[in-house]
Design a protein around this ligand. Structure first.
Ligand code: 4AD
Ligand code: MG
Length: 459
């Protein structure tokens, strides 16, 4: 049985002989001894293996390439070298899979851009090891948080017939012959398609999540989300993961409270449970990261009216690329200015103009805004989007009519307002944006294992 390097580093000596398996990061040798740094992915640093020249095949070990897969049996001993507590005195070493000079991850530091072209190998680097360990632990933390809060986890569908956000960004799911589809009135006839209707990949699990909230009270979804939006930015992916809680008998303030508690929990979790990787990010990716995250874990998040945000942007005297005016959506440059310069920390912007938000948001009494909230954070901008939902059937139907949204395909959504409708609210947290925020990594392509972006779908 293979022992994880992380376990022996945490538990120290005790066991007699252990067997370790991993990949060689570096080899340094002299006539008498060969030092091998072995990494098995369980920790950042891996462990140093000391092979004495008395071992059979000693010469082969000295010539091993970076990237070789090895199994080492040996004893964990206190290391005389500085910077490491333990090392392995090898009793035997077996080369499992050789590697050579053509292995693309040799010692030198590579750029993020280059590493994206070898996304199949980059998990074997320190940076991506840290990113994907953090990502994995955070996913587990998300479930832990909601489980502690007694939320029900619901798997909403990935194939859907409704465009929740109404932005027309659905990837089509179809088995029709693209070259020669059946045609009706000059249009492809989707009634002959696999599902007998036009379908796509979900842009959000919210609408189905609302149905479950109206049965279980508090629920969340956490799953893949797809958007065919042609934005080639550092924060947009065509496939990403979203966490969407939904609470019955809750309003916008409750929604913001939950989001704040959730983000603070995740910050604390990263600092406490991923300390080694966070220290790496602090040193190599963003100096001061740990201080920043600690600040967020303890801070009260500011809540600012959209109208107030517009006024303060206008008063800032800064020339932005995009116009700032009541009624227009905030662009990343505005969002970052608010959270970085005006507030200096996480900020909820609340009560947006209804015309820039989705049909399902609850209409405020002023007749021109909806009970929406976006959480903005330094470096990333929008990390969460949420709202209180319109629970009044007549108001919802009116708004759908105004926006030209057909009622018939959403009959089930409207039904939820017909019987036992109640105030409810929820939000969506982009999981990649969270990982970016907590690691300091600036491009979304570098926090998702195999990124999908416009014109790019390798692997
Ligand atoms: O603001 P959005 O579009 O909100 C919704 O989808 C709601 N249905 C959520 C809800 O109320 N249940 O998306 C929510 C979050 C954004 O704040 C952002 O973090 C992330 O999802 N997001 C993306 N992340 C990566 N790439 C994209 N293309 C993203 N689009 C949205
Ligand atoms: Mg949004």
């Amino acid at each position: 049985m293979r022992t994880r390097i992380k376990e022996v580093i945490e538990q120290g000596t005790g066991a007699a002989l252990c067997s370790f398996s991993g990949w060689v990061r570096s080899v340094r040798s002299s006539k008498e001894v060969c030092f091998i740094v072995l990494n098995d992915g369980s920790t950042l640093d891996g462990i140093q293996v000391v092979a004495a020249s008395s071992l059979p095949d000693f010469g082969n070990f000295c010539r091993m390439g970076t990237g070789t897969a090895l199994t080492v049996t040996g004893a964990l001993v206190a290391s005389p070298a500085s910077g490491q507590k333990w090392e392995i005195a090898a009793h035997s070493i077996e080369i499992i899979g050789a590697s050579d000079d053509s292995y693309p991850l040799q010692k030198k530091r590579h750029t993020f851009e280059y590493l994206r072209t070898i996304a199949h190998l980059r998990p074997r680097t320190n940076t991506f090891g840290a990113v994907f360990r953090l990502r994995s632990r955070l996913a587990q933390a998300v479930h832990r948080f909601f489980s502690e809060q007694n939320f029900l986890y619901v798997h909403t569908p990935i194939i859907t017939a409704s465009d929740c956000e109404g932005a027309g960004e659905l990837f089509r799911v179809s088995t029709l012959d693209a070259a020669d589809p059946p045609v009706l009135d000059g249009q492809p006839d989707f009634s002959q398609d696999f599902f007998g209707r036009k379908t796509g990949l979900t842009v959000s699990g919210q609408l189905e999540g609302e149905l479950f909230a109206q049965a279980f009270g508090d629920i969340y979804t956490f799953g893949p989300t797809f958007r065919a939006e042609n934005s080639n930015t550092a924060r947009h992916a065509s496939e990403f993961w979203m966490i969407e809680p939904e609470m019955a008998f809750a309003n916008l303030a409750d929604d913001a409270d939950l989001a704040e508690k959730f983000i603070r929990y995740l910050c604390r979790f990263a600092l406490e449970e991923c300390a080694e990787d966070m220290a790496f990010f602090d040193t190599h990716i963003e100096n001061g990261l740990i201080e920043r995250i600690r600040g967020v874990a303890d801070a009260d998040f500011v809540r600012m009216e959209y109208a107030d945000a517009i006024e303060r942007l206008q008063r800032s005297g800064v020339t932005f690329t995009y116009p700032v005016e009541w009624g227009l959506d905030l662009q990343t440059e505005h969002e970052r200015y608010i959270t970085e310069q005006i507030v200096g920390g996480p900020t909820f912007i609340i009560n947006y103009p209804k015309d820039i938000k989705a049909f399902y948001m609850r209409q405020n009494d002023d007749g021109r805004t909806v009970a929406a909230m976006d959480l903005l954070v330094p470096k990333v901008g929008e990390i969460i989007g949420g709202s209180q939902r319109e629970e009044r059937l007549d108001r919802l139907e009116l708004r759908m009519a105004e926006m030209g949204i057909a009622r018939e395909p959403l009959w089930w959504y409207l039904d939820s307002r017909r019987w036992g409708s109640c105030p409810h609210a929820g939000f969506g947290l982009g999981f990649e944006r969270l990982v970016m925020y907590l690691s300091g990594i600036e491009n979304i392509r570098d926090v998702i294992p195999f990124p999908r972006t416009p014109r790019h779908c390798e692997f």
